[in-house]
Design a protein around this ligand. Sequence first.
Ligand code: SAH
Ligand code: SF4
Ligand code: F3S
Length: 446
Amino acid sequence: MKFHVTTMGCQMNVGDGDWLARSLIAAGFTQAPEAEAECFILFTCSVRDKPEQKVVSEIGRIADRNRHNPNAFIAVGGCTAQQLGTTLWRRFPMVRLVFGTDGIAAAPRALARLAEEPQLRLSLLDFSEAYPERDQSWPDDKLPPKAFVSIMQGCDNYCAYCIVPFVRGRQKSRPLPSVIAECQSLASRGVREVTLLGQNVNSYGLDDAGDGASFAKLLDAVAAVPGIERIRFTTSHPKDLSDEVIERFAALPQLCPALHLPVQSGSDDILRRMGRRYDTAAYLTLVEKLRRACPDIALTSDFIVGFPGETRADFEATLELVRKVGFDSGFSFMYSDRPGTASEKLAPKILPEEKSARLAELQALLDERLAASLAARLGRREVVLIEGESRREGTLGATWRGRDPGGRVVNVPLPAGADYAGRFVAVRIVQAKKHSLVGEAEADHD
Ligand code: SAH
Ligand code: SF4
Ligand code: F3S
């Protein structure tokens, strides 16, 4: 059966989508463009209103397009599936599987059954006590150079605005030996860079499902896997970022000099009302320690504007913090009420016009920061891990796209006649564009 995966939301969904696609291929399914598929799999996000509306419109669109094909069916996974559950069946008869994050391990078998039994509907929505280990026994094929590795599931923080703890369940760490075994297996099939994934990776190991190993110990163990040359991780909560982990930025050459450390707001009052359990002074101390351990570290962040009760002065404190820290870039979002969260009941709500004006102002500042941080790279020598071709091959060669250790996109023109994907190429940065850099190859670093 031909399947097509559509992924919305964060890297957790991307990682889950990659795993499910690989499992289905191993089980004899074929990955196909949407126009040719009969089994449609959606990984969905509920973090704000908009993505949730998009889920509903996507299901409607696929159902409409395939209404004359009796074999076509839809499987909905991820956070909106967990939230809306089997109500999706009633609304969209073509949906025959809904699965949550803990249900995904059983999704390949469920999809195989659905392909055989056209009358069947299945739901995999239970949360489990332990991290649900997923089958990793792939055929020995070559993989792209970068992979996501899930190290935990769920979140216990219950930040006032956030739906994630409700849709991803309580925090459950994956045992260290399983994480390492997956990294070894990925490395043996060509993966050179792993991104360790969890909603709050710095509290890895601290829940009942953990086996006592801390996140810092996990980083040491991943760094010791032969073939893994770059390690990144996301997401980090400032309240849990330990000195041990900060020291690893100095001690482990494999750990990339880049950290996404969402601050959300620059106002202590708003941070308190968000339930984030740190203040701006504590955040600035972390930044100082990080820069001491790793002077070249690229810092990025998430911001929410228009949290209930956010005054103009609160918002200006956020702008001020962005200037003070000198983030390399950041994502900013308009606050949106999520069902069941604590801030849904908080007042006063900020008017949509005001929220979008604040968003535009913050976004402009973050764009400025990005431009400045890219311009500051001019003339530097970097090693770029090439991911793929970025422009069509001409007679002189093609431009390849990769990332520097800080995570910035670098385009590198390279001579024709070779596949550079997965290679490390030493470059000199010769141009800074709006969102990326251009590098000139110096020598093959493989
Ligand atoms: N676990 C991660 C983030 C998960 S959600 C962390 O703690 O950083 C990704 C981002 O979405 C958050 O950092 C936040 O900036 C934003 N977000 C979450 N809930 C939101 C809401 N209700 N409205 C607007 N933005 C939200
Ligand atoms: Fe949401 Fe907060 Fe958990 Fe991040 S740490 S997923 S923002 S509850
Ligand atoms: Fe969205 Fe779920 Fe990720 S709500 S941001 S897909 S954890």
